[in-house]
Design a protein around this ligand. Structure first.
Ligand code: CS2
Length: 492
């Protein structure tokens, strides 16, 4: 979770339950009595995305059904509780778009840190009222290997396999909590991944089963297989990290000081696999789409939106831009990204009733140009080794198999390699779980594809052996890698 450097204007009173009556007119307030709500959801990873997305939907839901307040659970202590508790867990979401709207969100009622509040978190997960466990822990939080299976050698997983009662990983926590519920003869909770991964529900289910199996808990494995639901979901809302400018905007609009605000676009979408069971919250009532075919939405969103984002991020940073909006002013780059979406990605997507790709792409380009939001390219560039397989390499594999061109896909991949080399040589830290290895590769780069490409392609968590060995793939990526400037910055 990103923390702005400066506090909001210190002279203003702090946002909290007592001060809600002082909120300026026009700001949307919780439409329910928070004191009458009960916690029905534990959410792992209550960062900005979750608080701007799911917590807003549940804020709307609480006006109809008080059973679905949220307990935020952080696996690592990031110091957020110190900001949330004095505000009684209230915070402002600024919807920054053609129309600007400020909303105080009240759906969070509790905040626990796995390290420190471990017993309380288990108690919360054991409560019969806790019916939904959701998570946004990013791709790396699932500890999967390059094939999408649980990586038993991952330090967090290895720790938890040896010490299942004191887990540190998401998969360890979910499995142990399910084991305890089963032992207590309680119904399980629904487990819902809200991360940007293809088949996120199935991947998490596979990881939890693999963990339980490795613990030798055969009965637990069958219970999970038969009783626990892991819906797949697609989540969408562009949510730039909070910054000092946001603090000021919120202070001006709300009239109170919020030290944990969130900014996002007004667009909000959530598609959930319709397998939640009978006493699930009425998600449809608050605009969440329930369907049996999430995959189509997931593919479209990950490949079109996130694929374009990552291409804009790496190529844009190399071209000297700082934000998505600035990169969208570069006609050559936008031309490549737009053709990649329309001509290269769309043919890889399954046709889906209700999803019209051409207008979906028009809307995406508009969302990327949103002048009210500054979405930093560095934020998107983080964790490239985890994101690229879902965002670009999957589309590329499909295009290669169908004999179609992969040149435009190669822009994001070649630019990522150049970005890694540039950051490593400049000694700048970059966020990626593979960063020690990437820094080593980046420092050794010569700028020649024949020397450098094999080093990157040997990263088994990123590139499948089939792809790494494909001559068309190597040619396309190698060309961008070596000739980025000539391709993206031609002299007139
Ligand atoms: C972005 C996403 O940071 C990133 O990598 O591509 O967070 C993107 O803004 C969201 O997926 C939009 O729903």
């Amino acid at each position: 979770m990103t923390t702005p450097n400066n506090a909001a204007p210190a002279s203003l009173a702090r946002l909290n339950s007592k001060n809600l009556s002082a909120v300026k007119p026009g700001v949307v307030l919780p439409a329910y009595d928070r004191g009458k709500t009960t916690i029905g959801v534990v959410h792992f990873g209550p960062g900005a995305f979750h608080r701007g997305h799911q917590a807003c939907y549940f804020d709307s839901l609480l006006a109809h059904d008080p059973r679905w307040a949220i307990c935020g659970a952080e696996l690592l202590p990031v110091g957020f509780a110190a900001r949330a508790v004095p505000q009684d867990h209230l915070y402002v979401v600024a919807e920054l778009d053609a129309q600007i709207r400020f909303r105080v969100v009240g759906s969070h009622r509790e905040y626990l840190t796995a390290v420190g509040d471990g017993d309380r978190l288990f108690d919360r997960l054991m409560m019969p009222e806790t019916r939904l466990v959701t998570m946004t822990v990013t791709e790396k939080g699932y500890c999967l290997d390059g094939t999408g299976k649980l990586d038993h050698k991952h330090p967090g997983i290895a720790h938890d396999l040896a010490n299942p009662a004191t887990p540190v990983s998401l998969v360890g926590w979910v499995t142990e909590a399910l084991a305890r519920r089963r032992a207590a003869r309680q119904v399980p909770f629904v487990v819902m991944s809200c991360d940007n991964m293809v088949s996120n529900g199935r991947k998490l289910r596979g990881a939890v089963l693999s963990f339980a199996e490795a613990c030798g808990k055969r009965d637990l494995v069958s219970w999970i297989e038969n009783e626990v639901r892991f819906p797949t979901t697609m989540v969408d809302s562009i949510t730039p990290a909070a910054d000092d400018a946001l603090m000021q905007k919120v202070a001006d609009a709300v009239g109170l000081r919020d030290e944990a605000p969130v900014q996002r676009e007004s667009f909000l979408q959530w598609v959930v696999e319709d397998v939640l069971g009978e006493d699930a919250p009425d998600l449809a009532r608050v605009g969440i789409s329930l369907t049996h075919d999430v995959a189509a939405y997931e593919f479209a969103k990950l490949r079109l939106l996130n694929g374009a984002h990552s291409t804009l991020a790496y190529a844009g940073l190399l071209l000297g831009y700082e934000s998505v909006g600035a990169a969208m002013g570069d006609a050559r780059l936008v031309g490549i990204v737009e053709r990649m979406m329309r001509e290269d990605i769309v043919p890889t997507l399954p046709p889906t009733p209700g999803l019209e790709f051409s207008s979906y792409i028009d809307d995406l380009l508009k969302r990327f140009r949103n002048p009210a939001l500054t979405h930093r390219l560095y934020q998107i560039a983080s964790d490239g080794s985890q994101k690229l397989p879902y965002r670009i390499l999957g589309s590329m594999a499909d295009a290669l198999a169908a004999g179609r061109s992969v040149e435009r896909f190669a822009v994001g991949i070649g630019a990522w390699m150049r970005f890694v080399a540039r950051e490593a040589k400049a000694g700048r830290e970059f966020q990626d779980p593979l960063s020690p290895k990437l820094v080593e590769i980046g420092k050794a780069c010569t700028g020649k594809a024949k020397d450098d490409l094999p080093r990157f392609l040997a990263l088994k968590d990123v590139f499948t052996a089939e792809m790494a060995g494909n001559p068309r793939f190597r040619e396309a990526v190698g060309t961008v890698y070596e000739q980025f400037d000539a391709i993206l910055r031609p002299k007139n």
